[in-house]
Design a protein around this ligand. Structure first.
Ligand code: LFR
Length: 476
């Protein structure tokens, strides 16, 4: 029995998982909300509140599944907390959507040419990559007290165990990791003035991080030998590990707040063409490379819904999607990955402004905005996969959509049309499954390569296929 703590930008869950009859079974024991908090010190995560939810979830887990042997934690990437010399968190971590890195980006690129930075890290340029956030932080008083930089899943893990460590999947999102050696880059650390001992050691996914502390055992009622296992702690890495592909030739879209669109490859592609196309080489489970582009995601729709609610209209998503599906194809589209959509607030107006600026029809109803976001996402997916195939030389025969967006039938149908490929949707909880399966393998409940884990996910999940030619879907 294993437990996944899986926290995304809009919500978290504690999920129990166990193997029986060649399948993985899961049960969600606790769900909780999440979202960046606007404070007078910028946009931040309430990480202590999230930790309290994790503890509440582990308490429920201990009651329901007393035989749990291991816990794994994943969250979104790039963000971190700073610990002082006594190991205390200095302040709530910044959210990557805080637009604080403008000067820091310029400052880093003055010190190292972006082309050279890419040759070392292989990382897509995103204004919120950890390297830029850290340089922005160096101007704040809190930086002077900072002794350790700890990625968010590792911070939660540190509070559970007292042990500090990280894994390559999340470390690769910082732009401080050398994509070729898969270790911290001494050159980049020196460039931005960070001592190597501020960063924790990198452990491969599938290493025991440490035992859950006696204090947490007392608080939760967990068995006293339960451990924290290092998994693909970047949520996207765990999701990609659980893509239910049974044959090569697949692409994936991990679809949620963001859409991570790409392929799995064996060695990083660090060419100038790849950099110009803004593809990333993030570290995957078992040394694989996640060659993908981070496109905007359902955030544009989530934020629009939030704005309409603030304005007094609480739309039902199901109804909105049904109305959007009735609208004709060929409506306006926006660049979902653009910097202008990263920060929260006023999303429908920003979408309308982008359409107006480009001389396109401007959406007015909520259904039109919804359709515009989904058409834009599908268009971005289609383009990204054409480029991924050409840059990697890998053929794409089918596209797996995992995560929350796999439940959005309209988006899946539009994706099949835009990519001209069969789309296989599901599972929704791929991230938690990837987290659980790596733990299960570490603790001997299963064995095999990533392909075997994926076959197990395929055998355990209900998947829906959307064909590019047909308007309907098959569920198996
Ligand atoms: C998805 C994700 C993406 C990362 C973004 C910010 O949840 O982890 O992979 O680019 O969030 O961390």
């Amino acid at each position: 029995m294993f437990a996944a703590v899986d926290i995304g930008a809009s919500g978290g869950r504690v999920i129990a998982g166990w193997l029986a009859d060649g399948k993985i079974n899961t049960e969600v024991v606790h769900r909780f909300g999440n979202g960046p908090q606007q404070t007078d010190r910028g946009l931040r995560w309430d990480i202590r509140g999230l930790y309290d939810e994790v503890i509440a979830g582990l308490r429920l887990l201990a009651e329901r599944f007393p035989a749990v042997v291991s816990i794994g934690i994943d969250t979104w990437a790039v963000d971190y907390g700073l610990l002082d010399a006594d190991g205390e968190l200095i302040e709530d971590p910044h959210c990557y959507r805080d637009p604080r890195t403008g000067d820091a980006v310029r400052s880093v690129h003055d010190r190292i040419d972006p082309a050279e930075l890419y040759q070392i890290t292989g990382l897509q340029y995103l204004s919120f990559n950890t390297i830029y956030q850290l340089v922005a932080e160096q101007d704040c008083p809190e930086w002077r007290r900072a002794a350790k930089i700890v990625m968010l899943p590792d911070l939660l893990g540190y509070w559970l165990t007292g042990d500090l460590g990280t894994d390559v999947t999340n470390a690769s999102s910082t732009a401080l990791l050398d994509a070729s050696t898969r270790d911290w880059s001494p050159r980049l650390l020196q460039l931005i003035g960070i001592d190597a001992d501020m960063l924790p050691p990198i452990q491969p996914a599938g290493t025991v991080r440490g035992r859950i502390s006696p204090e947490v055992i007392k608080q939760t009622g967990l068995p006293d030998d339960v451990v924290l296992t290092s998994i693909g702690s970047h949520d996207t890495a765990s999701a990609v590990a659980a893509v239910p592909a049974t044959e090569p030739g697949f692409a994936y879209i991990s679809s949620g707040t963001w859409s991570l669109v790409g392929l799995e490859i064996a060695e990083p592609i660090l060419t100038e063409d790849s950099r110009r196309a803004n593809f990333t080489n993030e570290g995957g489970v078992d040394g694989r490379i996640r060659y993908l582009r981070n496109e905007g995601g359902l955030w544009l729709l989530q934020e629009s819904l939030r704005q309409w609610k603030l304005d007094g209209v609480d739309h039902d998503l199901g109804r909105l999607l049904a109305a959007a599906a009735e609208l004709p194809a060929g409506g306006p589209t926006v660049d979902v990955g653009a910097e202008e959509f990263i920060a929260p607030g006023g999303m429908p107006e920003r979408i309308a402004a982008a359409c107006r600026r480009d001389g396109q029809p401007v959406p007015t109803t909520a259904a039109e905005f919804t359709r515009c976001v989904l058409d834009s996402l599908a268009l971005a997916y289609g383009r990204t996969l054409v480029e991924a195939a050409s840059l990697s030389g890998q053929e794409i025969e089918r596209v797996h959509v995992v995560g929350g967006g796999s439940q959005n039938a309209l988006l899946c149908r539009l994706t099949a049309e835009a990519t001209g490929r069969e789309v296989i949707a599901g599972p929704v909880e791929a991230t938690a499954l990837g987290n659980l399966l790596v733990q299960a393998r570490t603790h001997g409940a299963i064995s095999g390569a990533l392909e075997d884990l994926r076959a197990l996910v395929a055998a355990s999940s209900e998947l829906t296929t959307y064909s590019p030619q047909r308007q309907d879907a098959d569920t198996r």
